[in-house]
Write a protein that binds this ligand. Structure first.
Ligand code: ZN
Ligand code: ZN
Ligand code: FE
Length: 645
């Protein structure tokens, strides 16, 4: 077995700040209870010669501890001290060494002076800068080509409560060996507004590698610590790829073999929802409710992970990224080969998405293995069923952006009856036109225009769309040329968001949906007006919702009120549809999944009302509701289907 990387333990931290300890201020301190594992391992068994520590010959002091069964460092494979272990150095962005005896202190000064420093952590680089300095945060956004997506903030435990609303339970989670990023509500804004623009929340974490503990002082309490990567590429493990986007490197001579990004968790009223399962969690296996033959689940296209199974265990890859760059897919292959070797798995079955154009689908077809294609939303449900060890039929509510349907349309507002073997599409949002596919997803104002056009609502109030765009889209719809039909909930959010004048163009997934959510006061939702909708046959007709929203806009109702009503309407029609679905199917178990279930308002209220109405609700908690767990659902469905044939 290979353990995940673990945050430095409190005994080691105490020693690190003890002037009389051999490892005083030593940034590679660790013991059997903590330290790197996954990131340094080359091969199993986990033993020093099989790790990147093999090149550091233990000194007598370390060796004594390592061989003493009574010592806290007995067989601690990454054991090291200033005499024998790795060390940090400071480089400029030409990779030339800066002469200094105190590279870490020097780094703090550089950060205070508004520089961007790439800092080598446990399982990848972070790009760090002073989070209170708008000028440098702005520069980092420009260099990373990341105009809006929020940056995570690292701060010492003692400063957390200045920054965010935080509970004792949140603090324990931050201090856990997994040490994830938590998405919490900003208190007052001590940081540059550009850290998380137009966002009431902020992702925070606390030092988890020894080096992190040494980066702060009274004048530098808050650091942006964002994954060190070039747009669309995976997190970097060496300096070269980051040269253009930082001023300095605080780096060290211990190679990172296996990369993993920081994990991200969203605490909600009832449960913590994991949004990204990576460092601290991988490669720990997930126990499955059914036995499997060795199976590879490929993932979809966004937020890719792969899954490999062995009997009742599933090994989920670290977060890989979106399949749009060669480097990302190289990372995918690299980890896949390693997982196969480490866990001794030779897949006998392969599962992929139904979408024929996905890179992962094309790859799956090339393998000389039985292939099962799994409908995207079926996979979403199956993943969360696996998490909760449910094997009997459930009602799955899957709201997301895009998933290829069995009819070739783009699905994404789905209420299904499903088990691992099959699904039945009971209700879905009525189909709407998506002109030009992906291009409209990046420019959601085009979605609003197409939707309103289709319904016959006057579009004159829409801002931020050119006459030319309007003409092209009208023609496309008229001639049914390059127009896709979609039942996507994500696109409905896009439509309403841009109707209200928010983000006509977006720079990251779900940006306009988040903006709409952030307009709302969570406490007002249940009293907000509900727009009319119709549930007929298998369709939830959303056209009248859009008509009434257009009317509200016309009547000068505030965007905040409209956003609250829109959320309440979704909650209401979902409860109605689930109730209908339950009458038809006699199922009382409800699984919530899909990227939209990261919307706290939707997930908390659905959970609350459905539970009150005697449903048993299962939330995506240990596995992400987004496409990060699609590969898990794929292997579950594939196994059941394959064994039936
Ligand atoms: Zn320790
Ligand atoms: Zn030593
Ligand atoms: Fe999805």
């Amino acid at each position: 077995m290979i353990s995940p990387d673990l945050a430095v333990c409190k005994d080691c931290v105490r020693e690190m700040f003890d002037k009389f300890d051999k490892r005083y201020l030593y940034p590679f301190i660790n013991c059997t209870n903590c330290g790197p594992r996954f990131s340094i391992i080359e091969n199993t068994p986990y033993d020093r010669p099989m790790t990147t520590m093999k090149d550091f010959k233990m000194c007598d002091y370390c060796k004594n501890e390592y061989t003493n069964p009574l010592d806290r460092r007995f067989h601690a494979q990454p054991i090291a001290c200033p005499e024998c272990g790795p060390e940090f150095e400071l480089l400029n962005n030409n990779l030339e060494k800066i002469q200094t005896d105190e590279p870490i202190k020097e780094t703090i000064e550089l950060l205070k002076n508004g520089k961007i420093v790439a800092i080598k952590g446990i399982s990848g680089f972070h790009l760090a800068c002073d989070a209170t300095n708008t000028k440098v945060v702005k520069r980092l956004r420009k260099l990373k080509d990341r105009p809006h997506k929020p940056f995570a903030i690292m701060t010492q435990e003692k400063n957390l409560s200045k920054l965010v609303d935080i509970t004792a339970e949140n603090i324990n989670l931050l201090k856990s060996p997994e040490s994830p990023i938590l998405i919490l509500k900003k208190k007052k804004n001590l940081l540059s507004e550009l850290v998380a623009p137009n966002n009431p929340n902020i992702g925070v974490f606390i030092p988890y590698a020894p080096i992190h503990f040494l980066l702060f002082d009274e004048e530098l309490p808050f650091l942006v610590m964002t994954s060190g990567n070039i747009n669309n590429d995976p997190i970097s493990k060496d300096e070269r790829s980051l040269q253009k986007i930082c001023d300095y490197f605080l780096t060290n001579n211990r190679p990172i073999l296996n990369r993993s990004d920081d994990s991200v968790i969203l605490p909600t009223r009832n449960k913590n929802l994991i949004l990204r399962r990576s460092r601290g969690f991988v490669p720990s296996p997930i126990n499955l409710p059914i036995n499997t033959i060795p199976t590879l689940g490929m993932g979809a296209a966004l937020k890719i992970t792969f899954s490999l199974t062995k009997n009742k265990q599933l090994f989920l890859s670290p977060y890989i990224g979106n399949s749009f760059s060669k480097n990302t897919m190289d990372f995918y292959f690299e980890m896949l080969e390693k997982y196969k070797k480490w866990f001794d798995i030779k897949p006998k079955l392969i599962a992929c998405d139904l979408q024929p154009d996905f890179f992962t689908t094309r790859l799956a077809k090339k393998q000389d293995l039985p292939l099962i294609k799994v409908q995207h939303h079926h996979a979403h449900i199956a993943a969360i069923m696996a998490e909760h060890h449910i094997t009997e039929p459930v009602i799955g509510v899957v709201y997301d952006g895009t998933g290829y349907g069995t009819d070739g349309a783009i699905w994404g507002g789905e209420i299904m009856a499903a088990d691992f073997n099959k699904f039945q599409r009971l209700f879905h949002l009525n189909d709407m036109p998506l002109p030009g596919g992906d291009s409209a997803i990046k420019k959601p104002i085009r979605i609003a225009y197409a939707y309103l056009k289709k319904i016959g609502i006057d579009t004159n109030f829409l801002e931020n769309i050119s006459e030319m765009e309007k003409r092209i889209i009208s023609k496309q719809i008229e001639n049914n040329f390059n127009v896709f039909q979609t039942s996507s909930m994500g696109r409905l959010f896009d439509c309403v968001s841009t109707m209200l004048g928010l983000f006509p163009e977006i720079s990251f997934e779900a940006q306009s949906a988040m903006a709409l959510q952030f307009l709302c006061d969570e406490n007002n939702i249940k009293n907000a007006k509900i727009y009319s909708y119709e549930i007929q046959n298998d369709k939830i007709n959303i056209q009248s919702i859009l008509k009434e929203i257009a009317k509200d806009i016309h009547n000068g109702i505030s965007p905040k009120k409209i956003a609250e009503s829109f959320h309440n309407t979704i909650i209401q029609f979902t409860v109605d549809a689930v109730t209908e679905a339950s009458k038809k199917s006699e199922i009382k178990k409800v699984v919530l999944s899909g990227g939209v279930m990261q919307n706290k308002i939707i997930v908390e209220n659905l959970n609350h009302i459905l539970t009150k109405n005697n449903f048993t609700v299962y939330l995506p908690s240990e596995l992400p509701s987004n496409d990060g767990s699609i590969s898990v659902g794929q292997v579950m469905v594939a196994n059941r289907k394959y064994l039936k044939t």
